[in-house]
Write a protein of this length. Structure first.
Length: 230
């Protein structure tokens, strides 16, 4: 932990920002059906069914976006697009819940899960790529768990307090504010996705780079030895 805090403060901030949209994830996952019931009088059973449809999209989109990030790059598309989608969509989506109909709820739930899936598909990988192997577990664990506890764990309680106080749209404002602050940090992230087929997920990891160099020298020596045979 001492080495982590002294040598990788920027990576810790970046890792924390990558986890911060958990405030939206936990709100969407745990509170949206109840929020819709309290603000628009929807039947809770139908809202839960609609949320299941939205979650089905999440299951599909996460691996697809993860695979694309290996080819197109992570930072320049993910999580920046996911964060921008949350900022642009959350307020109008919650406002749309005032309109009746099961289809409206499915649209709201699914749209939120789409942008959340884009973010969720790559942020754990980027976090791993921010730290060398010697401090990777500590770096991810320290940044992620504190942020999840502070923002993710309290998100449903804060959202319920806004609804109870008669200001349900403050839920969207709260989520947007945190995601917007995170987006600022995302522009400082290094680009780590590539087509190089590297063994490691940490391009700047000196221990792994040294190992790859040794492997390369071994392979090159084997080719030379093979070429020298009569």
């Amino acid at each position: 932990m001492r080495d982590l805090l002294r040598e990788h403060p920027k990576a810790l901030l970046q890792a924390a920002a990558l986890s911060a949209p958990a405030v939206a994830y936990y709100t969407w996952a745990t509170l949206l059906p109840t929020y819709a019931k309290l603000t628009s009088g929807r039947d809770l059973a139908s809202t839960l069914a609609g949320s299941v449809i939205g979650l089905a999209l999440l299951v599909v989109i996460v691996p697809v976006c993860g695979a694309l990030s290996d080819r197109l790059g992570r930072r320049k598309i993910f999580p920046i697009i996911g964060a921008i989608g949350m900022i642009v969509l959350f307020y109008p989506l919650l406002l749309l819940l005032n309109q009746p109909g099961f289809g409206v709820y499915v649209l709201v739930s699914a749209s939120g899960w789409v942008v959340l899936a884009i973010w969720q598909s790559v942020y754990p990988t980027i976090q791993a790529e921010l730290f060398p192997a010697s401090v990777r577990v500590s770096g991810i664990g320290f940044a992620h768990q504190i942020v999840i506890a502070v923002f993710g764990g309290t998100a449903p309680l804060i959202a319920a307090a806004f609804v109870g106080a008669g200001h349900p749209m403050y839920v969207a404002v709260y989520m947007i504010a945190i995601v917007a602050l995170s987006l600022i940090v995302y522009f400082t992230l290094p680009e780590t996705g590539s087509r190089a087929g590297r063994v490691t997920v940490a391009p700047a990891d000196p221990e792994v780079l040294e190992g790859e160099h040794l492997l390369s020298e071994t392979a090159h020596g084997g080719i030379q030895a093979k070429g020298a045979r009569p």
